[in-house]
Design a binder for this molecule. Structure first.
Ligand SMILES: Cc1cc2nc3c(=O)[nH]c(=O)nc-3n(C[C@H](O)[C@H](O)[C@H](O)COP(=O)(O)OP(=O)(O)OC[C@H]3O[C@@H](n4cnc5c(N)ncnc54)[C@H](O)[C@@H]3O)c2cc1C
Length: 186
């Protein structure tokens, strides 16, 4: 089981946590629920016709926690490496992690800078799986696409990074597919 530190608790971070925890990884989400979602009214999130962003957050946090993610009400202050693992220091302690998913707003870019992640023109370089130039460091959500922020895109990015981590851990491509119970199949 890999330990994945997810820095940021908006749609991007919680989506990554759902996929990782549901598939047996230790997903630790840092944040104090200060997401911009609390200002949003969602009409453009496919599958949701009309929902307050705060209600979305409440459901998403509970979903991640029910699937086994650990939600920590802490702010991450620094990131470093020790013996090939990440050291995540918060305002309340330190954890070691095998992977880090940066899922915050622009402020978390400083953490990527501390690890030397490439950022030409002050924008993090990421690939299609949201990998940065630092091995096992991902950047999803607002930090990955500054100026073009939508909740559904953040959630998709978190899921993409999580599937990449699951695939790396499994050593082969991984889907997270479920099917209805016999009783509930329409
Ligand atoms: C007024 C307004 C209306 C909006 N309306 C819509 C809309 O109708 N539809 C839509 O799709 N989008 C809307 N948005 C945009 C939407 O809120 C964002 O797209 C979404 O919140 C991005 O999610 P995210 O997970 O990428 O980042 P965020 O939601 O910004 O989450 C990042 C989280 O990381 C936390 N964090 C940052 N640094 C650290 C750290 N060092 N340690 C721990 N935690 C940290 C932050 O506090 C925050 O909680 C709206 C935004 C605003 C402001």
């Amino acid at each position: 089981m890999a330990t994945v530190a997810i820095i940021g608790d908006g749609p991007a971070g919680l989506s990554a946590a759902v996929f990782l925890a549901k598939n047996g990884q230790q997903a630790i989400v840092f944040g104090q629920d200060k997401t911009a979602m609390h200002y949003a009214q969602l009409y453009n999130y496919l599958g949701i016709r009309d929902m307050k962003g705060s209600d979305f957050q409440e459901v998403a946090r509970a979903q991640a926690a029910d699937l086994g993610a650990e939600l920590r009400d802490e702010t991450v202050e620094s990131l470093s490496m020790r013996d090939g693992r990440f050291v995540v220091r918060t305002d309340d302690g330190t954890i070691d992690a095998d992977y880090v998913v940066l899922a915050g707003s622009k402020q978390v870019k400083r953490l990527a800078d501390e690890l030397g992640a490439e950022a030409p023109e002050d924008r993090l370089r990421i690939d299609t799986e949201y990998r940065t130039s630092v091995d096992r460091l991902y950047a999803v959500g607002r930090i990955a696409r500054p100026g073009r922020s939508q909740a559904i895109i953040s959630a998709g990015a978190g899921a993409t990074a999580a599937l990449d981590i699951l695939s790396r851990e499994a050593g082969k491509d991984v889907h997270d597919w479920d099917t209805p119970d016999e009783d509930s199949a329409g």
